[in-house]
Structures are given as C-alpha cells and as structure tokens.
Design a protein around this ligand. Structure first.
Ligand code: 5GP
Ligand code: MN
Length: 342
C-alpha cells in the first residue's frame, strides 16, 4: 500500500465526523485542481456526506462540463456566500497546492478559523503546518492520481462513479500534457485503466478539454507566436509576454492562455520557457515557467519571482510593470543557467 494505515485512519476519522466539508483548490485553477475537487465532491456525495466547493476565481470554460460544477462558489464573484460556506465548514480539503497563499483571499478567511484541514497535493515541500493531515506525494503525476489511490486505500473506490472517474481522468490528462510528461510510472496507467473501465466517455472528455478553444484564444495565440516570442540564452531559452492591453484586445477570458508556456519548448534547442501575462496594468504580472530534463525552474521561480511549483513546471508573481518583470528575467536567467552548468 502507498499510504500507511495511520494516514488512512486519520483521514477517515476526520471525514467521518464532519458534517460540512469544503473543498478548496488554488487560484487560476487548472484541470488537475478542478478535476480533483470535483472528484472528491462526487465521491463524498456518493458516500452521503455534505460537501461544498469554494474556488478563489473563475473556472476556465473547458472544465465546466464536470459533474458538480454548478455547486462551485467562486469567491471573486460572490465573497459573501463564499464566506458563509467557509465559516460553516467543519473540515477543509486543500487540493493541488502546497502554500496557503495560493488560494488567495480564501487563505485569509481560513487562517482565522481553527477548522481542521486535510491537504492532498503533489508539489514539493508543503508549508510547515499547512494542514492537520497531509497526503503529499511528488511521485504522483497529479493530485487526481493521488486522490484515486487514496480512494482505493480508504475503501471508497466503489464510490468513484462514472462522473467522478471523468473528473479524475481529466486531471491526470491535463497535468501530464496528455501523458507527455510526468507520466513514466506504470502506476499512472493502472489508475487510468480503472477510470476508463468505469465508463467515462474518453473521446468526449478530450473534446471538451482540448477542442473547445474560443476564436479569440486562437487569435491571441497567433498574435503572441508571431509578435511576442523571443529567444534568449543563445536559443536555449524562450519567452512570451502579453500585456493587459493585448489581453483586452483579444477579449481574454480565464484559461485563454493555458498551455501557451509549453509551446516554445517545442523549438529545437529550447530547454527553458517562460510566459508573462500582465494581469493588472503596470501593477501585477503572472508568470509561468517550463523546462526540460533536470533544470529546476521551480527553484528559479522561488528565488527570483516569489513562486514555486514542480521542477519542470513552475509559476511566480511580479508586483510591478511588465517591462521590469522582463528585465528581471533577462538579468537573472543567465545567472541561474550559469550556476546549473557548474
Ligand atoms: P502554471 O504555469 O500552469 O500556472 O503553474 C505551473 C505550476 O507552478 C503549478 O504546479 C502551480 O501550482 C505552480 N505555481 C504557479 N504559480 C505559482 C505561484 O505563484 N506560486 C507558487 N508557489 N507556485 C505556483
Ligand atoms: Mn496538479
């Protein structure tokens, strides 16, 4: 068994005594974050538990097919309702993040309560004291794969119905780039085989996830590839930046730039890629980093952009202008690369 009996009994003790459980993912939620919260929501509903979901900000449209999505309260859209749900909860599940600030304003609310917390995550080094019970495993492709094995270990596998299976499958697929990376462990495929066996409509899920681009997203992609892609470090690194004005021009919706950061890595010789998006004009820039092989961009993100993540997929933040953020990249990336080569 991957988990100790103690870990599973701690999980069961907390959940069996809870009368109002709230699932919380990270900001800018991706397929693994939404897939895992809705996977848990479905499994626990099937067990007859009272469950709710509060997310920091909007769920991207290509994830809105998942069963239970209508039960999601978006803190940014309805803070009063979100607050009420959080205050009434007697157990929180934190899914797919390792640093409390990753759930934005929600972190301030839950930090003021002494409501117990369970963390389910696959990022390295969770914050000290972030939760009472931790399931933190970096060998998992995704929080969804980890969740699947927890359900199995806890004897809740029978509660993974077709809908829950679809959510978990979607998280595994999106966090591995459709099984391109973080997916070399046969264990991932055992989970997938079992989820597919539960009757999911695999083709429909792939259509919903990847064949549902808006016209604007495609135009924005064309624009950034044509006009905003730059090579640095003698062609070993590439970055794309997009300003708030450009995002407005292309009618940006949450999720519209998902995956853009991966594209420069497909250029021969590029081993580090960065994507900068200005979310608040002259004030705030969100960053994404990707890398090949043993280049730990999470350490770079942590050192220079208050971020973190996985060794090959990380993110960070910059409070300031887009041009200053780019200047910092140009100034610090050579230092980072030089250190790696030593
Ligand atoms: P993405 O580039 O897809 O937004 O994020 C890639 C990875 O980096 C994810 O695992 C995500 O959790 C992590 N990440 C993204 N932004 C941040 C951030 O601001 N802080 C930290 N600590 N991790 C981040
Ligand atoms: Mn994940």
């Amino acid at each position: 068994m991957i988990f100790s009996e103690q870990e599973i009994s701690n999980l069961k003790a907390l959940t069996d005594n809870a009368s109002s459980i709230v699932f919380i993912p990270h900001q800018n939620p991706d397929g693994d974050a939404i897939g895992s919260i809705l996977g848990w929501w479905n499994v626990f509903r099937n067990r007859g538990l009272h469950v709710s979901i509060v997310v920091p900000d909007e769920v991207p449209s290509n994830l809105r097919w998942m069963q239970g999505i209508e039960d999601v309260t978006v803190y940014g859209h309805n803070p009063a309702q979100a607050n009420e749900i959080l205050q009434k909860a007697d157990l929180f599940f934190l899914l797919d993040f390792n640093t409390i600030s990753r759930c934005g304003e929600i972190s301030k609310i839950i930090n003021k309560t002494d409501t117990p917390r369970i963390l389910i995550d696959h990022h390295p080094k969770p914050d000290e004291g972030i939760a009472d019970v931790l399931f933190s495993d970096v060998t998992m492709s995704s929080t969804c794969e980890l969740s699947y094995y927890i359900f199995e270990a806890a004897g809740w596998g029978k509660n993974i119905n077709r809908e829950a299976a679809g959510c978990l499958y979607a998280g595994i697929i999106t966090d591995t780039g459709s099984l391109s990376y973080n997916s070399s462990n046969p264990r991932t495929y055992h989970a997938i085989a079992d989820l597919v066996a539960r009757g999911i409509d695999k083709n429909q899920i792939h259509n919903d996830l990847f064949q549902s681009n808006s016209f604007h997203r495609m135009k924005l992609l064309g624009h950034v590839l044509c006009n905003k892609l730059e090579l640095i470090e003698d062609g070993r690194a590439a970055f794309i930046s997009v300003s708030k004005d450009e995002m407005d021009k292309f009618n940006y919706k949450p999720g519209d730039t998902e995956g853009f950061v991966n594209i420069p890595l497909s250029i021969k010789g590029v081993v580090i890629s960065a994507f900068f998006s200005e979310r608040e004009k002259d004030k705030f820039v969100k960053l994404s980093f990707r890398s090949q092989a043993d280049i730990p961009v999470n350490l770079y993100a942590k050192e220079f952009f208050s971020g973190g993540g996985h060794p090959n997929a990380a993110g960070g933040e910059w409070h300031g202008t887009l041009s200053d953020a780019l200047e910092r990249l140009r100034a610090t990336l050579p230092v980072f690369v030089k250190k790696l080569n030593k």
